[in-house]
Design a protein. Structure first.
Ligand SMILES: [Zn+2]
Length: 125
């Protein structure tokens, strides 16, 4: 079953929703009932190995904050942690390298991750 991860701005925490299909564009938070959820990532089936990493990342409020504000460095850190123990393609390394220098690679700026995160925080600054 696909798991969708959301960040609740009200609870200031992540919630995981198990949805058979992604039909609701904005489900309410199962914890506080508010419609203050923003989807963290696109469809994401949590692998066991990823889950711990993921929890670790999401418990790092500084990192989450950076990710939500589309901070390239935070995204680089996220990528680093998510790719733990996995082989990373050279071009991917290069991309992460760029982000660590504070640059947003074109590949990311236009894809769903950067897009959805940017969208979600629009006007929040
Ligand atoms: Zn909530």
């Amino acid at each position: 079953m696909p798991i969708y991860e959301y960040w609740c701005r009200h609870c200031q925490g992540k919630v995981m929703l198990y949805l058979p299909t992604f039909s609701q564009s904005s489900p309410s938070c199962p914890q506080c009932g508010n419609n203050t959820l923003q989807r963290l990532f696109s469809t994401f089936s949590v692998h066991k190995t990823y889950k711990d990493v993921y929890d670790n990342i999401l418990s790092d409020s500084q990192l989450v904050k950076g990710m939500l504000s589309n901070d390239p460095k935070a995204l680089a850190e996220w990528n680093k942690r998510m790719s733990q123990g996995e082989k990373v393609a050279p071009e991917y390394e290069e991309m992460v390298d760029k982000m660590e220098r504070g640059e947003m690679p074109a590949e990311l700026a236009s894809n769903s991750l950067g897009g959805s995160l940017g969208e979600a925080t629009e006007g929040a600054d």
